[in-house]
Design a protein around this ligand. Structure first.
Ligand SMILES: NC(=O)c1ccc[n+]([C@@H]2O[C@H](COP(=O)([O-])OP(=O)(O)OC[C@H]3O[C@@H](n4cnc5c(N)ncnc54)[C@H](OP(=O)(O)O)[C@@H]3O)[C@@H](O)[C@H]2O)c1
Length: 337
Protein backbone atom coordinates (compact mmCIF):
# COMPACT_ATOMS: atom_id res chain seq x y z
CA UNK A 1 0.00 0.00 0.00
CA UNK A 2 1.21 3.46 -0.92
CA UNK A 3 2.07 5.16 2.38
CA UNK A 4 2.08 8.60 0.78
CA UNK A 5 -1.42 8.54 -0.57
CA UNK A 6 -3.91 7.12 -3.02
CA UNK A 7 -4.25 7.96 -6.71
CA UNK A 8 -7.62 9.78 -6.86
CA UNK A 9 -8.30 8.17 -10.24
CA UNK A 10 -8.51 4.77 -8.50
CA UNK A 11 -11.04 5.86 -5.85
CA UNK A 12 -14.58 4.68 -6.70
CA UNK A 13 -17.07 7.33 -7.82
CA UNK A 14 -20.87 7.60 -8.05
CA UNK A 15 -22.55 8.81 -11.21
CA UNK A 16 -25.33 11.28 -10.42
CA UNK A 17 -28.43 11.62 -12.58
CA UNK A 18 -26.77 14.58 -14.32
CA UNK A 19 -23.87 12.34 -15.38
CA UNK A 20 -21.49 14.09 -12.96
CA UNK A 21 -19.05 11.85 -11.09
CA UNK A 22 -18.85 12.29 -7.31
CA UNK A 23 -16.01 10.53 -5.41
CA UNK A 24 -17.55 7.73 -3.33
CA UNK A 25 -15.81 8.89 -0.13
CA UNK A 26 -15.54 12.40 1.24
CA UNK A 27 -13.93 14.05 4.25
CA UNK A 28 -16.40 15.17 6.95
CA UNK A 29 -15.63 18.60 8.42
CA UNK A 30 -17.90 18.93 11.46
CA UNK A 31 -15.57 19.47 14.41
CA UNK A 32 -18.16 18.20 16.93
CA UNK A 33 -17.51 21.24 19.17
CA UNK A 34 -13.96 20.07 20.05
CA UNK A 35 -11.90 20.37 16.85
CA UNK A 36 -10.91 23.95 16.09
CA UNK A 37 -11.48 25.50 12.66
CA UNK A 38 -7.69 25.67 12.21
CA UNK A 39 -7.25 21.96 12.95
CA UNK A 40 -10.03 21.09 10.55
CA UNK A 41 -8.53 23.25 7.80
CA UNK A 42 -5.15 21.55 8.32
CA UNK A 43 -6.86 18.16 7.98
CA UNK A 44 -8.53 19.29 4.75
CA UNK A 45 -5.16 20.25 3.31
CA UNK A 46 -3.59 16.98 4.42
CA UNK A 47 -6.50 14.93 3.14
CA UNK A 48 -6.37 16.50 -0.31
CA UNK A 49 -2.63 15.86 -0.33
CA UNK A 50 -3.19 12.11 0.26
CA UNK A 51 -5.83 11.90 -2.46
CA UNK A 52 -9.23 12.99 -1.13
CA UNK A 53 -11.25 14.85 -3.75
CA UNK A 54 -14.57 15.30 -1.89
CA UNK A 55 -15.28 17.58 1.09
CA UNK A 56 -18.49 17.72 3.15
CA UNK A 57 -18.78 21.29 4.46
CA UNK A 58 -21.58 23.35 6.03
CA UNK A 59 -21.99 26.94 7.17
CA UNK A 60 -23.06 25.78 10.64
CA UNK A 61 -19.76 23.96 11.18
CA UNK A 62 -18.22 27.42 11.66
CA UNK A 63 -15.03 26.64 9.76
CA UNK A 64 -15.72 27.35 6.07
CA UNK A 65 -13.60 30.50 6.23
CA UNK A 66 -10.52 28.59 7.45
CA UNK A 67 -11.19 25.75 5.01
CA UNK A 68 -11.38 28.35 2.22
CA UNK A 69 -7.95 29.67 3.14
CA UNK A 70 -6.63 26.10 3.03
CA UNK A 71 -8.24 25.53 -0.38
CA UNK A 72 -6.58 28.65 -1.76
CA UNK A 73 -3.19 27.16 -0.84
CA UNK A 74 -4.20 23.77 -2.22
CA UNK A 75 -5.17 25.19 -5.62
CA UNK A 76 -1.87 27.04 -5.86
CA UNK A 77 -0.09 23.69 -5.87
CA UNK A 78 -2.84 21.58 -7.59
CA UNK A 79 -5.28 19.84 -7.87
CA UNK A 80 -7.43 22.22 -9.90
CA UNK A 81 -10.83 23.39 -8.65
CA UNK A 82 -12.66 21.13 -11.15
CA UNK A 83 -10.87 18.08 -9.72
CA UNK A 84 -12.43 18.63 -6.30
CA UNK A 85 -16.02 17.96 -5.18
CA UNK A 86 -17.21 20.48 -2.58
CA UNK A 87 -20.56 20.28 -0.78
CA UNK A 88 -21.97 22.95 1.51
CA UNK A 89 -25.31 23.27 3.30
CA UNK A 90 -27.97 25.84 4.07
CA UNK A 91 -28.49 26.13 7.81
CA UNK A 92 -31.94 26.10 9.40
CA UNK A 93 -32.02 29.82 10.22
CA UNK A 94 -31.64 30.73 6.52
CA UNK A 95 -34.64 28.96 4.99
CA UNK A 96 -36.47 32.24 4.30
CA UNK A 97 -36.72 33.15 0.61
CA UNK A 98 -34.67 36.28 1.16
CA UNK A 99 -31.87 34.42 2.96
CA UNK A 100 -31.10 31.23 1.03
CA UNK A 101 -29.20 32.73 -1.90
CA UNK A 102 -27.28 35.13 0.35
CA UNK A 103 -26.30 32.23 2.56
CA UNK A 104 -24.93 30.24 -0.37
CA UNK A 105 -22.98 33.31 -1.50
CA UNK A 106 -21.54 33.62 2.02
CA UNK A 107 -20.40 29.97 1.98
CA UNK A 108 -18.83 30.53 -1.45
CA UNK A 109 -17.03 33.65 -0.23
CA UNK A 110 -15.80 31.85 2.89
CA UNK A 111 -14.66 28.82 0.90
CA UNK A 112 -13.16 31.18 -1.74
CA UNK A 113 -14.93 29.32 -4.51
CA UNK A 114 -16.91 30.48 -7.56
CA UNK A 115 -19.28 27.53 -7.42
CA UNK A 116 -20.19 24.51 -5.30
CA UNK A 117 -20.64 20.99 -6.61
CA UNK A 118 -23.52 20.35 -4.22
CA UNK A 119 -25.67 22.55 -1.99
CA UNK A 120 -27.96 20.86 0.51
CA UNK A 121 -30.82 21.93 2.72
CA UNK A 122 -29.24 20.73 5.98
CA UNK A 123 -32.53 19.90 7.77
CA UNK A 124 -36.13 20.04 6.52
CA UNK A 125 -37.13 22.34 9.42
CA UNK A 126 -36.36 26.04 9.86
CA UNK A 127 -35.84 25.34 13.56
CA UNK A 128 -32.55 26.32 15.10
CA UNK A 129 -30.91 26.75 18.43
CA UNK A 130 -27.91 28.59 19.86
CA UNK A 131 -24.61 26.73 19.34
CA UNK A 132 -23.84 24.28 22.14
CA UNK A 133 -27.28 24.54 23.77
CA UNK A 134 -28.67 21.68 25.88
CA UNK A 135 -30.77 18.93 24.36
CA UNK A 136 -33.91 20.14 26.18
CA UNK A 137 -33.62 23.56 24.62
CA UNK A 138 -36.59 24.51 22.37
CA UNK A 139 -37.04 27.62 20.27
CA UNK A 140 -40.51 29.22 20.53
CA UNK A 141 -40.40 29.76 16.74
CA UNK A 142 -39.96 26.07 15.98
CA UNK A 143 -42.58 24.43 13.80
CA UNK A 144 -43.24 21.08 12.12
CA UNK A 145 -42.40 20.32 8.52
CA UNK A 146 -44.57 22.52 6.30
CA UNK A 147 -44.19 21.39 2.73
CA UNK A 148 -45.30 24.68 1.20
CA UNK A 149 -42.58 26.49 3.13
CA UNK A 150 -39.95 23.87 2.31
CA UNK A 151 -40.76 24.27 -1.40
CA UNK A 152 -40.17 28.04 -1.12
CA UNK A 153 -36.67 27.25 0.14
CA UNK A 154 -36.19 24.61 -2.55
CA UNK A 155 -37.15 27.11 -5.29
CA UNK A 156 -34.29 29.30 -4.09
CA UNK A 157 -31.91 26.37 -4.35
CA UNK A 158 -33.19 25.76 -7.87
CA UNK A 159 -32.38 29.38 -8.68
CA UNK A 160 -28.83 28.81 -7.42
CA UNK A 161 -28.36 26.13 -10.09
CA UNK A 162 -29.61 28.56 -12.76
CA UNK A 163 -27.22 31.21 -11.45
CA UNK A 164 -24.29 28.80 -11.75
CA UNK A 165 -23.53 29.02 -8.03
CA UNK A 166 -23.95 25.29 -7.49
CA UNK A 167 -23.90 22.40 -9.95
CA UNK A 168 -26.35 20.25 -7.97
CA UNK A 169 -28.78 20.55 -5.10
CA UNK A 170 -29.88 18.01 -2.56
CA UNK A 171 -31.33 17.36 0.86
CA UNK A 172 -30.39 15.88 4.21
CA UNK A 173 -32.27 14.38 7.15
CA UNK A 174 -35.42 13.73 5.13
CA UNK A 175 -37.88 10.83 5.36
CA UNK A 176 -39.75 8.88 2.67
CA UNK A 177 -43.02 10.86 3.04
CA UNK A 178 -41.16 14.19 2.82
CA UNK A 179 -39.04 13.03 -0.13
CA UNK A 180 -42.16 11.89 -2.00
CA UNK A 181 -43.60 15.40 -1.78
CA UNK A 182 -40.34 16.99 -2.87
CA UNK A 183 -39.91 14.61 -5.80
CA UNK A 184 -43.48 15.40 -6.87
CA UNK A 185 -43.02 19.18 -6.77
CA UNK A 186 -39.35 19.85 -7.58
CA UNK A 187 -38.41 21.37 -10.93
CA UNK A 188 -34.81 20.29 -10.29
CA UNK A 189 -34.67 16.90 -8.62
CA UNK A 190 -32.45 16.42 -5.56
CA UNK A 191 -29.26 14.62 -6.62
CA UNK A 192 -28.37 13.26 -3.18
CA UNK A 193 -29.84 12.57 0.22
CA UNK A 194 -27.35 12.94 3.06
CA UNK A 195 -28.50 10.66 5.87
CA UNK A 196 -27.14 8.91 8.95
CA UNK A 197 -25.75 5.52 7.88
CA UNK A 198 -23.43 3.15 9.77
CA UNK A 199 -23.49 -0.60 10.51
CA UNK A 200 -25.79 -0.15 13.53
CA UNK A 201 -28.09 2.19 11.60
CA UNK A 202 -28.49 0.97 8.04
CA UNK A 203 -31.93 2.46 7.23
CA UNK A 204 -32.54 -0.16 4.50
CA UNK A 205 -35.95 1.13 3.41
CA UNK A 206 -34.88 4.76 3.06
CA UNK A 207 -31.57 3.73 1.47
CA UNK A 208 -33.42 1.75 -1.23
CA UNK A 209 -36.01 4.49 -1.74
CA UNK A 210 -33.27 7.08 -2.28
CA UNK A 211 -31.46 4.95 -4.85
CA UNK A 212 -34.67 3.94 -6.63
CA UNK A 213 -35.56 7.61 -7.07
CA UNK A 214 -32.43 8.83 -8.78
CA UNK A 215 -30.58 10.12 -5.71
CA UNK A 216 -27.26 8.98 -4.28
CA UNK A 217 -27.22 8.25 -0.53
CA UNK A 218 -24.44 10.06 1.32
CA UNK A 219 -23.75 8.45 4.69
CA UNK A 220 -22.95 10.66 7.65
CA UNK A 221 -21.50 9.41 10.95
CA UNK A 222 -20.16 6.37 9.03
CA UNK A 223 -18.06 5.25 12.00
CA UNK A 224 -20.84 5.87 14.52
CA UNK A 225 -19.40 9.28 15.43
CA UNK A 226 -17.50 8.09 18.55
CA UNK A 227 -16.52 11.69 19.48
CA UNK A 228 -19.91 13.31 18.90
CA UNK A 229 -21.01 16.07 21.30
CA UNK A 230 -22.54 15.02 24.64
CA UNK A 231 -25.89 16.45 23.60
CA UNK A 232 -26.05 13.79 20.88
CA UNK A 233 -25.58 10.85 23.27
CA UNK A 234 -28.21 8.74 25.05
CA UNK A 235 -27.73 5.66 27.26
CA UNK A 236 -29.35 3.40 24.62
CA UNK A 237 -26.79 4.25 21.92
CA UNK A 238 -24.67 1.34 20.70
CA UNK A 239 -21.06 1.54 19.49
CA UNK A 240 -20.34 0.29 15.96
CA UNK A 241 -16.58 0.04 16.41
CA UNK A 242 -17.04 -2.25 19.44
CA UNK A 243 -19.33 -4.66 17.61
CA UNK A 244 -17.79 -8.17 17.64
CA UNK A 245 -18.52 -8.66 13.91
CA UNK A 246 -16.77 -5.41 12.98
CA UNK A 247 -13.89 -6.14 15.35
CA UNK A 248 -13.36 -9.66 13.99
CA UNK A 249 -13.17 -8.41 10.40
CA UNK A 250 -10.83 -5.59 11.47
CA UNK A 251 -8.56 -8.03 13.25
CA UNK A 252 -8.41 -10.33 10.22
CA UNK A 253 -7.56 -7.42 7.91
CA UNK A 254 -5.18 -5.78 10.39
CA UNK A 255 -7.04 -2.46 10.36
CA UNK A 256 -8.94 -0.34 12.91
CA UNK A 257 -12.68 -1.19 13.19
CA UNK A 258 -13.40 2.35 11.88
CA UNK A 259 -11.85 1.33 8.57
CA UNK A 260 -14.18 -1.67 8.31
CA UNK A 261 -17.17 0.68 8.73
CA UNK A 262 -15.91 2.91 5.90
CA UNK A 263 -15.06 0.01 3.61
CA UNK A 264 -18.49 -1.57 4.17
CA UNK A 265 -20.20 1.76 3.39
CA UNK A 266 -18.45 2.22 0.04
CA UNK A 267 -19.10 -1.39 -0.94
CA UNK A 268 -22.75 -1.25 0.07
CA UNK A 269 -23.28 1.73 -2.24
CA UNK A 270 -23.47 4.82 -0.06
CA UNK A 271 -20.87 7.59 -0.04
CA UNK A 272 -19.41 7.82 3.48
CA UNK A 273 -17.99 11.13 4.71
CA UNK A 274 -15.83 10.08 7.69
CA UNK A 275 -14.16 12.78 9.71
CA UNK A 276 -10.61 12.47 10.88
CA UNK A 277 -7.96 15.03 11.70
CA UNK A 278 -5.22 12.42 12.00
CA UNK A 279 -3.25 11.61 8.88
CA UNK A 280 -2.88 7.85 9.50
CA UNK A 281 -6.64 7.61 10.06
CA UNK A 282 -7.87 9.64 7.10
CA UNK A 283 -5.30 7.94 4.91
CA UNK A 284 -6.45 4.46 6.06
CA UNK A 285 -10.06 5.43 5.37
CA UNK A 286 -9.18 6.39 1.80
CA UNK A 287 -6.85 3.45 1.18
CA UNK A 288 -9.53 0.93 2.12
CA UNK A 289 -11.63 2.04 -0.87
CA UNK A 290 -8.99 0.78 -3.31
CA UNK A 291 -7.97 -2.49 -1.67
CA UNK A 292 -9.49 -5.95 -2.05
CA UNK A 293 -13.21 -5.80 -1.22
CA UNK A 294 -14.83 -7.35 1.84
CA UNK A 295 -16.11 -10.85 1.16
CA UNK A 296 -19.77 -11.64 0.56
CA UNK A 297 -19.73 -13.34 3.96
CA UNK A 298 -18.40 -10.14 5.58
CA UNK A 299 -21.08 -8.06 3.85
CA UNK A 300 -23.77 -10.54 4.95
CA UNK A 301 -22.50 -10.53 8.53
CA UNK A 302 -22.52 -6.71 8.68
CA UNK A 303 -26.01 -6.60 7.16
CA UNK A 304 -27.02 -8.72 10.16
CA UNK A 305 -25.82 -6.32 12.87
CA UNK A 306 -28.19 -3.42 12.15
CA UNK A 307 -29.49 -2.20 15.55
CA UNK A 308 -31.73 0.56 14.16
CA UNK A 309 -29.69 2.83 16.44
CA UNK A 310 -30.10 6.45 15.35
CA UNK A 311 -27.42 8.62 16.98
CA UNK A 312 -28.35 12.07 15.66
CA UNK A 313 -31.91 12.22 16.94
CA UNK A 314 -32.38 15.96 16.39
CA UNK A 315 -34.19 16.70 19.68
CA UNK A 316 -33.38 20.42 19.54
CA UNK A 317 -35.43 20.74 16.34
CA UNK A 318 -38.70 19.57 17.97
CA UNK A 319 -41.53 22.10 17.97
CA UNK A 320 -43.66 21.08 20.99
CA UNK A 321 -42.90 20.59 24.68
CA UNK A 322 -42.67 16.96 25.89
CA UNK A 323 -42.44 15.70 22.33
CA UNK A 324 -40.48 12.59 21.43
CA UNK A 325 -37.64 12.82 18.91
CA UNK A 326 -39.29 10.07 16.86
CA UNK A 327 -41.75 12.73 15.63
CA UNK A 328 -39.00 14.20 13.47
CA UNK A 329 -38.59 10.99 11.54
CA UNK A 330 -42.16 10.06 10.39
CA UNK A 331 -41.76 6.48 11.63
CA UNK A 332 -45.33 5.43 10.79
CA UNK A 333 -45.17 6.94 7.32
CA UNK A 334 -47.07 10.14 8.23
CA UNK A 335 -45.53 13.61 8.48
CA UNK A 336 -46.15 14.75 12.06
CA UNK A 337 -47.83 18.09 12.64
N1 LIG B 1 -26.05 16.24 7.30
C1 LIG B 1 -26.02 16.17 8.62
O1 LIG B 1 -26.99 16.53 9.31
C2 LIG B 1 -24.79 15.65 9.30
C3 LIG B 1 -24.88 15.25 10.63
C4 LIG B 1 -23.72 14.76 11.24
C5 LIG B 1 -22.52 14.67 10.53
N2 LIG B 1 -22.47 15.09 9.23
C6 LIG B 1 -21.21 15.01 8.44
O2 LIG B 1 -20.69 13.69 8.58
C7 LIG B 1 -19.32 13.77 8.97
C8 LIG B 1 -18.90 12.51 9.72
O3 LIG B 1 -19.64 12.33 10.90
P1 LIG B 1 -18.95 12.46 12.34
O4 LIG B 1 -17.79 13.37 12.22
O5 LIG B 1 -20.01 12.82 13.31
O6 LIG B 1 -18.55 10.97 12.72
P2 LIG B 1 -17.72 9.75 12.09
O7 LIG B 1 -17.10 10.15 10.80
O8 LIG B 1 -18.61 8.57 12.14
O9 LIG B 1 -16.61 9.53 13.19
C9 LIG B 1 -15.53 10.42 13.34
C10 LIG B 1 -14.62 9.90 14.44
O10 LIG B 1 -14.01 8.67 14.05
C11 LIG B 1 -12.60 8.74 14.29
N3 LIG B 1 -11.93 8.05 13.18
C12 LIG B 1 -12.03 8.34 11.86
N4 LIG B 1 -11.28 7.49 11.12
C13 LIG B 1 -10.67 6.66 11.99
C14 LIG B 1 -9.76 5.59 11.84
N5 LIG B 1 -9.35 5.18 10.64
N6 LIG B 1 -9.31 4.97 12.96
C15 LIG B 1 -9.74 5.35 14.19
N7 LIG B 1 -10.61 6.37 14.41
C16 LIG B 1 -11.07 7.03 13.31
C17 LIG B 1 -12.25 10.21 14.29
O11 LIG B 1 -11.19 10.47 15.19
P3 LIG B 1 -9.74 11.03 14.70
O12 LIG B 1 -9.95 12.44 14.23
O13 LIG B 1 -8.97 10.91 15.97
O14 LIG B 1 -9.27 10.12 13.61
C18 LIG B 1 -13.53 10.87 14.79
O15 LIG B 1 -13.53 10.94 16.20
C19 LIG B 1 -19.26 15.05 9.78
O16 LIG B 1 -17.95 15.50 9.96
C20 LIG B 1 -20.10 15.96 8.90
O17 LIG B 1 -19.35 16.42 7.79
C21 LIG B 1 -23.59 15.56 8.60
Amino acid sequence: MNRDGVDPALVPARTLYTGARMPAIGLGTFGSDHISAGEMAAAVKGAIRVGYRHLDCASVYGNEDRIGAALREVFDAGPRRDELWVTSKLWNDKHAEADAIASCRKSLADLRLDYLDMYLVHWPFPNFHPPGCSVESRSPDSRPYIHENFMKTWRQLERLVGMGLTRHIGVSNMTIPKLKLLLRDASIQPAVHEMELHPHFQQPELFEFVRANGMEPIGYCPIGSPDRPLRDRTPEDTVDIEDPVIRAIAERLGVHPAVVCVKWAVERGQTPIPLSTKRPNYLANLQCTVTEPLTAADMGAIAGIDRNCRLIKGQVFLWKENQSWEDLWDLDGEIKS
